[in-house]
Design a protein around this ligand. Structure first.
Ligand code: GLA
Length: 387
């Protein structure tokens, strides 16, 4: 059942990061106009209008997302006192997303993370990609899934309001073989979960590895750094990488390294020791659970001040944990906030980076998708408060 809710959503005061406990309004959804894309230079097609979908669950959590990039633009969740804050980094307007940004709220694809030297071989043929992270390909290439317009449709499901974005990536797009039909579904459940479901099928053998790339700050998108957040990751091993973040192909224990989050510790405690250029956490964990049919616990993050807790569950074998090391204040986000280094973190369940060029990982992390098979991923971002 669809409800027209402009007045109620306005009453929620969603423009500010911290909002008072709103009146009961959910579960519901609404589609509104968000912006207009500039006309393409070839002059063939007119301007495309971009929609925003607002989902509100029975506890009044609010998720906003747009059909440009299927990007999550806002996510309002309560703290231990029931006070709401928008816990994801992003922009107020479409122009922000068009102006260049490090994948805020996006879905990385068709192949998330890095592909070494922007090339791979499949069934004896070499495919060349765009080296947007010179000399490598990152998160899909020059124009990844984050820069495409998707076809959105919202519904009210038994578990909560939901929106599905569909798009077929044409054969040869960004150099990848096969037309890949992709569906991205966000459901904001009445259990305070953001469930991200991915499905994809192809008409030729290709590679597919999708990853959700929201930057979270459990104190609020405008609350400064996340060094005080406590993180626990269900992984005894990780994939060490070279200076350009391409894994060496080895799988090594985290024990005795700064990367050990098997017991909860703050992000700040070993941040300097994590090294890297720029310094910070930006690595793939080999989740102890491996690939699973149902989402299982990958990580738990607590902001002790607000009491907000985020648990990440996924079907995927890997988890890229990234602490916003590249943020440098140049992105002026919502309400004009300049996002600086460590102002947000990403928990990106996925297959291991550069799997297509790492045959020794075939049994653990296979990114090849064949016609007749369906790529499936479910990742759950579960919100609660510390007791
Ligand atoms: C990923 C990568 C990082 C960085 C960000 C985008 O999370 O692991 O190295 O490229 O995306 O800035």
């Amino acid at each position: 059942m669809r409800r027209a809710l402009p007045a109620l959503f306005a009453a929620l005061g969603l423009a500010s990061a911290a909002t008072a406990q709103p009146a009961k309004t959910g579960p519901a959804f609404e589609e509104t106009k968000y912006g207009v894309l500039p006309a393409p230079k070839d002059g063939k097609k007119g301007p495309t209008s971009v929609s925003q979908y607002t989902l509100i669950n029975k506890n009044n959590l609010v998720l906003k997302c747009i059909d440009y990039g299927a990007i999550i633009t806002e996510l309002h969740v309560p703290d231990k006192d029931g006070k709401f804050a928008d816990v994801v980094l992003g922009f107020d307007k479409l122009e922000g997303y068009l102006g260049g940004h490090p994948y805020f709220g996006s879905n990385a694809g068709r192949c998330a993370n890095r592909i070494a030297n922007a090339k791979f071989q499949l069934e004896g043929k070499e495919y060349k990609l765009f080296a947007n992270n010179d000399p490598h390909t990152l998160h899909g290439g020059k124009e990844g899934f984050d820069k495409k317009v998707w076809q959105g449709k919202a519904t009210l499901t038994a578990t909560g309001p939901s929106v599905t974005f569909k798009r077929t990536s044409p054969d040869g797009e960004e150099g990848y073989p096969g037309a890949l039909a992709v569906e991205i579904t966000y459901t904001l459940t009445d259990n305070n979960e953001l469930v991200v479901d991915y499905r994809a099928t192809t008409n030729k053998t290709t590679i597919c590895n999708l990853a959700h790339h929201s930057y979270f700050n459990l104190a609020g998108h405008n609350a400064g750094d996340i060094k005080g957040h406590e993180v626990q990751i269900a992984a005894k091993n990780y994939t060490p990488a070279d200076g350009t973040l391409i894994p060496t192909g080895k799988i090594e224990p985290v024990a005795g390294t700064a990367f050990d989050f098997t017991k909860a510790k703050t992000i700040g405690s070993d941040l300097e020791k994590a090294g890297g250029k720029p310094v910070g956490f930006d690595l793939n964990y080999v989740l102890d659970k491996g690939t699973t049919k149902r989402p299982e616990l990958a990580a738990r993050v607590v902001d002790p001040k607000s009491g907000r807790v985020l648990e990440v569950l996924s079907t995927e074998p890997g988890l890229q944990f990234y602490t916003g090391n590249f943020l440098d204040g140049s992105n002026k986000g919502k309400a004009g906030v300049a996002y600086k280094q460590y102002n947000g973190f990403c928990m990106e369940p996925q297959k291991f980076p550069n799997s297509v060029n790492t045959p020794e990982w075939k049994d653990k992390s296979d990114v090849v998708l064949k016609p007749g098979d369906t790529y499936k991923q479910t990742t759950v971002y579960q919100f609660s408060v510390a007791k």
